[in-house]
Design a protein around this ligand. Structure first.
Ligand code: ADP
Length: 193
């Protein structure tokens, strides 16, 4: 199974991705995690990305497309994958289409977690409170506001992009975690819905 998880920061993509990994034996590909690993390892990409990420802006499309392309070639992706945090712009979605075509792979679904914006700030604040010393350097009020603005402007249009391709499945992301997971499984089991 090959999926994209779509939703604003704090929508619960990471949580649901982990559950899908357990249930379906596929891998989670989070571009945020990959970039944070590059920052930590101080690779050239990491050095370029750090300041951009800290401001809540997007790193250049070419950079993320390249990391995703390389990652998709790893053997553990053969059984399927969940893209979490990618694509984030229409050009990234177009690049992904081209990539999948050259690799002869098809997407099964794009699952959008639809959430109420007021709840997002609370969720991220909670995440910050719980993460103690491991707090992400972009989990502060200013960067979060920027990430939400960027989401609205650059990423939200992807819902329409994938609706037109017949791939979009919208899920109420405000329900309790297990209910969201059950709903996701429901739409995945009902192709063409
Ligand atoms: P969030 O919690 O906002 O969903 P992520 O962990 O997915 O955040 O990503 C954190 C940051 O990493 C983003 O704000 C952005 O700077 C960068 N990033 C992650 N994925 C992408 C992408 N596909 N394109 C551009 N930048 C990205």
């Amino acid at each position: 199974m090959r999926l994209i998880l779509l939703g604003p920061p704090g929508a619960g993509k990471g949580t649901q991705a982990q559950k899908l990994v357990e249930r379906h034996g596929i891998v989670q590909l989070s571009t945020g995690d990959m970039l944070r690993a590059a920052v930590k390892a101080e690779t050239p990409i990491g050095l370029e990305a750090k300041a951009i990420m800290d401001r809540g802006e997007l790193v250049p499309d070419s950079v993320v497309v390249e990391i995703v392309s390389e990652r998709l070639d790893e053997p553990d992706c053969a059984k399927g994958f969940i893209l979490d945090g990618f694509p984030r712009t229409v050009p990234q979605a177009e690049a992904l289409e081209a990539l999948l075509e050259t690799k002869s792979l098809q997407l099964d679904a794009v699952v959008e977690l639809v959430v109420d914006e007021d709840a997002l700030l609370d969720r991220v604040k909670k995440r910050v409170a719980e993460s103690g010393e491991n707090v992400r350097s972009d989990d502060n009020a200013e960067a979060l506001k920027k990430r939400l603005d960027v989401y609205r402007q650059q990423t939200a249009p992807l819902a329409e992009f994938y609706r037109q391709k017949g791939l979009l499945k919208q899920i109420n992301g405000m329900a309790p975690i297990d209910e969201v997971a059950t709903e996701i499984d429901g739409v995945l089991a009902a192709p063409g819905r």
